[in-house]
Design a protein around this ligand. Sequence first.
Ligand code: GLU
Length: 474
Amino acid sequence: MTKEPTFRESVDIMYSRAVALMDLPPGLAEKIRVCNATYTVRFGVRLRGGIQTFTGYRSVHSEHMEPVKGGIRFATSVNQDEVEALAALMTYKCALVEAPYGGSKGGLCIDPREWNDSELEQITRRFAYELIKRDLIHPSQNVPAPDMGTGEREMAWMADQYQRMHTTDINARACVTGKPVNAGGIAGRTEATGRGVQYALREFFRNAHDASRAGLSGSLDGKRVIVQGLGNVGFHAAKFLSEEDGSKVIAVIERDGAVFDEHGLNIENLRNHIIKTGGVNGFPSATFEEDGAKLLEAECDILIPAALEGVINLTNAARIKAPLIIEAANGPVTAGADDILRDKGTVIIPDMYANAGGVTVSYFEWVKNLSHIRLGRMQRRAEEARHQLIVDELERLSADTGIGWELSPGFKQQYLRGAGELELVRSGLDDTMRQAYNDMADVWREREDVADLRTAAYLVAIDKVAASYRAKGL
Ligand code: GLU
């Protein structure tokens, strides 16, 4: 490949690679590949003394299951090609982690930093109004979520807008996910994608043979990590890996450049520095490099692109030294770069699996909204009471027999605490990430004609989508 494919073309190339290894009925591969519909809206909002026009999209890739699901991003780079590629990835991502949705994605062409809070609220509500009017935001048809440039706040505005337009819909809150916890959200949604990256890496290293294919061994402890993008996903992944798994985040690449510290950066402090100063430059005790992209090519064990698509491409792929790349962002490696890296033996944990933690916890939030009850509310105290029985019995036995056993310090407190919503969400996410990893990796391990995890992930996902079409008689 000499010419860089577009994002949409990249997804198609990767899809076709997988389809070539499958035995799909004629026509079905094409039916699954194509994007069903993309709605473009141009709307005006009266702001700053004039009418400002904005362009937004909501693309529906596949309705083999409904509702369809996927985030809405606010960025100046948003265009139809990108939204369609992202919607396709959502279809495969949901299939792979068994979230019962078709794929969709939305975007608004805007730089959110150029507008103040009240202006952004007006713009978001107006965009939501246009989508709600056409059932492109709807609890049983199309359920958006946060993505680049959006978060809890935007989701709360959208949910409220839907509620205003559907005042008697008892399930109105399930029309978007990623809402604040006090407005129908779920504990652990904000951290979910980064947390999913951590769980994915843990499962990869639990399988020593898989890790050895990247020339790596042991656990995450002491592994040298480079992260590109300290947004919601990159921040949580970097924070959890460094604080809980003993990994060293030696470099972080941001808009204004990169900071580097061989001993490992303090991620919480770095994030605060970025919030305060707008960039990584000037972060105490780290070396600053203005040409941040150079750090993508630095020596490390794990590279985590968690920002934009297409950052690893034909121009730099050959110089990437990391033996393991985990795609926390969507589409960070182009199809051309993918070929080069595969030939070099670099292992890539693909986006459709690696960043599926977000949609997985969105699924839990949606279920919570539809069931109108907080997770764990019925079980928590019952669980505690049963545990208390065992502890009481152990203590009675110890006293009656005179053995004098003592429970280890902290055990009682830990064991007696029933699982609350956050623990349940993390447990469900961990289970999902482990299961999906092994579904994907089994194909990679067992089929000689499957050279990489991405192709394996596509095979598993396409198979599931095809099965659901077949069940419908298509
Ligand atoms: N925007 C996220 C993604 O790309 C989350 C989607 C969702 O939660 O529906 O996967």
